[in-house]
Design a protein around this ligand. Structure first.
Ligand SMILES: Cc1cc2nc3c(=O)[nH]c(=O)nc-3n(C[C@H](O)[C@H](O)[C@H](O)COP(=O)(O)O)c2cc1C
Length: 429
């Protein structure tokens, strides 16, 4: 493990982490990943405006939902909060708000961001609204179909035999349920990650995410504003695509931005080796990632793109020389990838999960998801719908994967969920 990373985040003790995955990487998914050896997680991207708006009615704003980005208690650390936006000052204050977690009132943060022009409420849906939000399915590429389960509503669940399933989730979710943690770290983020990677289109001709790679001066202003706003003790990191497109001009922009980030003290960068224009089509160019790693040695670089199994983590590091790997689509319905990576790094074989292990995770992921969702929305309904997209991925590990997948897709109640587990996951096959 790169000692420059552990020096800043001691518990980040293995060269891989769970990426931000809009629509997936909530506290439940993160806790399951951590139980399987994932040393560090990033939230999905959250818009600066969403964070600053705060309050009722804004907690389901256009990019991610605030509760998906709330630290999931003591078991959900170390954790980076990822922010994305268009205005340096908004980004900086949003980052501060994430780090401080309720230290000031929403109004104070808005004053800090907008001064006297602070709006009482920022029309998140209007200004940077749903049309511009990151559609989770947009990022799915060839996996989109697999997760594209119709979002029809379901009957409320009565999981755990009528008990309030969230209550049974244990103290690890205290931070989620109460909005604050049981200890000093539970309710906060250790790191702030700036998103300069998201390929979703510009909003009202303002850049954000990966579109900043076309405007390096603006990207650098954002990075500076965020770094300057936060205490020096809080590491800042940046997520980038390898360029906006394949022109030499855009490659030069990337080099300028990442060099500036490292010069101003960003702790490390994660580089998704596809262009913004590529979205998720075509390969992640590990050869170009290798060149980037050679050119920018001042700080650690983590690689991203086309990491589907544990061996890919080792392969990417060996081929590109990167300090570590961001695991994204490869860990949806596959938390074992982290355990397997630890085993491979230690010279042990990477073992596939047994049926009993799969059952345990399916049961636990549902239970934790219910604990996450029940405080914020119609928990049972949401959990039932939400779990299908995971379950069909989990089904891939089962010897009768097609049949199990079909059964999971049809699940709309807790009983049906339990029934699939009892039918297919009761014994090793
Ligand atoms: C559904 C989905 C949502 C994503 N959301 C985010 C996000 O919120 N923040 C982020 O930095 N990257 C996000 N990404 C990008 C991934 O972190 C990763 O860089 C990308 O998927 C490439 O890795 P892969 O090919 O191994 O999946 C998302 C990707 C997908 C597929």
């Amino acid at each position: 493990m790169d000692p420059r990373v552990t020096a800043l985040v001691p518990a980040f003790d293995a060269p891989f982490f769970q990426a931000g995955l809009a629509g997936y990487s909530d506290a439940a998914m993160r806790i399951i990943a951590r139980r399987h050896g994932c040393p560090y997680c990033v939230t999905e991207a959250l818009l600066d405006r969403t964070l600053l708006a705060g309050g009722r009615g804004f907690d389901k704003a256009d990019l991610g939902e605030l509760h998906d980005n709330v630290p999931g208690g003591e078991a959900d650390h170390p954790l980076a909060g990822q922010i994305m936006g268009s205005e340096p000052r908004e980004m900086a204050v949003a980052a501060l708000k994430m780090i401080e977690q309720k230290k000031r009132s929403d109004k104070e943060y808005r004053l800090l961001a907008y001064g006297d022009a602070a709006p009482a409420m920022i029309p998140v849906r209007g200004a940077a609204g749903a049309a511009g939000g990151l559609d989770a399915t947009e990022g799915l590429g060839d996996t989109g179909d697999a997760c594209g389960v119709a979002e029809e509503s379901c009957d409320p669940l009565d999981y755990e035999d009528g008990a309030a399933a969230g209550e049974g989730a244990g103290s690890e979710l205290d931070g989620v349920r109460d909005g604050a943690g049981g200890d000093d770290t539970a309710g906060r983020f250790e790191v702030i990650d700036v998103n300069l990677a998201c390929p979703v289109k510009k909003i009202a001709s303002k850049a954000r995410g990966g579109h900043w790679l076309t405007e390096p001066a603006g990207a650098i202003r954002i990075l500076e504003a965020v770094r300057e706003m936060l205490p020096a003790s809080v590491p800042c990191t940046v997520k980038l695509r390898r360029a906006f497109d394949d022109t030499p001009e855009m490659a030069a922009n990337f080099d300028r931005i990442i060099a500036a980030a490292f010069d101003m003290g960003y702790a490390w960068a994660t580089v998704h080796a596809r262009t913004v224009m590529q979205k998720y089509v075509g390969p992640s160019r590990w050869d170009l990632l290798r060149d980037i790693v050679k050119r920018h040695t001042k700080r650690p670089i983590f690689g991203s793109g086309d990491v589907w199994e544990a061996a890919d983590i080792i392969r990417m590091m060996a081929y590109t020389g990167c300090s570590g790997v961001s695991v994204a689509r490869g860990c949806i319905g596959n938390p074992w990838i982290f355990r397997q990576a630890r085993d491979l790094l230690a010279g042990r074989p990477a073992l596939a999960p047994t049926i009993a292990e799969q059952r345990e995770v399916l049961h636990e992921h549902f239970r934790l998801s219910l604990a996450v969702t029940r405080r914020f929305r119609h928990g049972e309904e949401a959990t039932s719908r939400m779990m299908r997209k995971f379950a069909i991925r989990f089904a891939a590990h089962h010897p009768q994967s097609d049949e199990v997948r079909r059964r999971f897709i049809a699940v709309s109640t807790a009983d049906a969920w339990r029934n699939v587990l009892d039918t297919y996951y009761a014994k090793e096959t």
